[in-house]
Design a binder for this molecule. Structure first.
Ligand code: IMP
Length: 431
């Protein structure tokens, strides 16, 4: 086996096409772990003509005999997870022991979604502005986790403990809802009943995920940690405050998936051949002209979770080099190269200009980033349809030059190249 433990991380602002890379790797992977985020993520997988949309379940669940883990670092929306399990198969028993939800994963409660919505509305009216969240309750759930009052998956199966925790939460949330937002108060009975039902359904899946991962490794099975969102949305290392509330970077695998750093032997960064971003926040290479529109149309850049049109622009090497630095990528997977076919030219941001100075270090704070102007290098494009290419040498010279430029500038080799939407539209180069 080439790699026992791998991490697959989004190198940009999410939506890099991680799902397709997981799909390409999945046939050789035994255990797939989600370690952060929640139902804010979304990917669509089409297998034998049937479309599946997953927000919480790792897509590896579609492969027989794969163990799928929802780690402790994930915030789990039980209603959404149950829906995905039920849609997968009318009988959840058929998943059997192939799904483990960490007992320590925090539960996204209906009030987290309500608070997410109300907080966004209130920020919208302030001079600070909204974040543009997915509305899935992610931020408020992590707030409760770090405030040590969250409800964890294991609590759903302990009626008496659940009651105490829920009463404490409802008391606090109702003060905020009524006094701060003038919203309707929550009713304990309804929420408690619903939470007990979730517990009954999910009980067979809730377990000690770290022990399961360790046992799998001891048995000689290999593990892939699948990141959600991307490095530039990481709560510590992204463009704060326009970020999500978890650690999307490689380091997040250790805490959110419960495995020590020395046990990882490869970190793969997934990079789209251009850039996209959903929600608010700085995006230096955003193209608001017809070029951005073309990228959006050709790349079908609409959110899998919210359906929002994604903001589109050119590849940003300042951001990518930063991403390589904070994640320590060993290899890159370059997706959606075909979307650049037929463009008049391809631009790549090589540095920023800020207050008359040239900046090559990525400034992570949003207020500094608002003031940067991208400096571009222009590359020739290619007209050919590249979706049939299966080898690097078969790509047009201009495409090869683009790839080699990214490798040279980032210092990391590109092992996989996506040349079309289909599973088979992939070039593997020592991956
Ligand atoms: P939240 O994660 O819903 O709190 O949203 C915070 C920010 O992260 C917003 O800008 C969202 O658009 C963005 N975001 C969250 N999940 C994803 C994702 O899966 N892809 C791209 N952007 C995301």
């Amino acid at each position: 086996m080439k790699h026992a433990v791998q991490a697959l991380i989004g190198a940009q602002w999410g939506d890099e096409g991680k799902g397709r890379v997981v799909d390409a790797l999945a046939k050789e992977i035994d255990v797939i772990v989600r370690y952060q985020g929640g139902a804010n993520a979304g990917h669509t997988v089409i297998v034998e003509g049937k479309k599946y949309v997953f927000h919480l379940l790792p897509s590896g669940i579609l492969y027989p005999n794969r163990l799928c883990v929802i780690g402790n670092g994930v915030v789990m929306d039980p209603g959404q997870l149950i829906k995905e399990i039920e849609e997968l198969d009318p009988s959840p028993d058929s998943i059997g022991t192939r799904l483990v939800v960490s007992n320590a994963a925090h539960v996204v409660m209906p009030y987290h979604k309500k608070l997410d919505f109300l907080s966004e509305m209130s920020r919208q009216k302030s001079s600070y502005g909204a974040i543009g969240t997915t509305g899935r309750g992610i931020g408020p759930c992590y707030v409760d986790k770090y405030n040590r009052m969250g409800i964890r998956a294991e609590d759903l199966t302990e009626p008496e403990l659940l009651e105490r925790k829920l009463r404490m939460n409802i008391e606090e949330k109702n003060t905020v809802l009524e006094k701060l937002y003038g919203a309707e108060a929550l009713k304990f009975d309804e929420l408690y009943e619903e939470a007990l039902e979730w517990g009954c359904f999910l009980k067979p899946f809730i377990g000690d995920s770290s022990a399961e991962i360790d046992e799998a490794l001891r048995d000689g099975r290999n593990v892939l940690f699948e990141g959600a969102q991307g490095t530039l949305l990481d709560v510590d290392h992204g463009t704060y405050p326009y970020v999500t509330s978890s650690n999307c970077v490689a380091g997040g695998c250790c805490t959110g998936g419960a495995l020590g750093p020395a046990r990882f032997d490869r970190v793969i960064g997934v990079v789209k051949a251009y850039c996209t971003r959903v929600g608010e926040g700085p995006f230096p290479t955003e193209d608001l002209s017809s070029v951005g529109e073309t990228l959006r149309r050709n790349g079908a850049e609409f959110g899998a979770t919210t359906g929002r049109p994604r903001r589109c622009g050119w590849l940003d090497m300042v951001a990518l080099k930063y991403s390589v630095m904070v994640n320590g990528f060993d290899s890159l997977a370059l997706t959606k190269l075909d979307v650049l076919s037929g463009m008049d030219e391809i631009k790549v941001c090589v540095s920023y200009e800020m207050d008359g100075y040239s900046v090559t270090r990525f400034p992570t704070s949003a207020h500094l980033m608002e003031n940067v102007t991208p400096v571009y290098e222009t590359f020739a494009s290619w007209k050919e349809d590249i979706s049939g290419c299966r080898e690097f040498g078969a790509l047009p010279q201009a495409a090869r030059d683009y790839i080699q430029y990214i490798e040279k500038t980032s210092g990391v080799g590109i092992g996989l190249i996506g040349v079309g939407p289909g599973r088979e539209d992939t070039i593997f180069r020592d991956f």
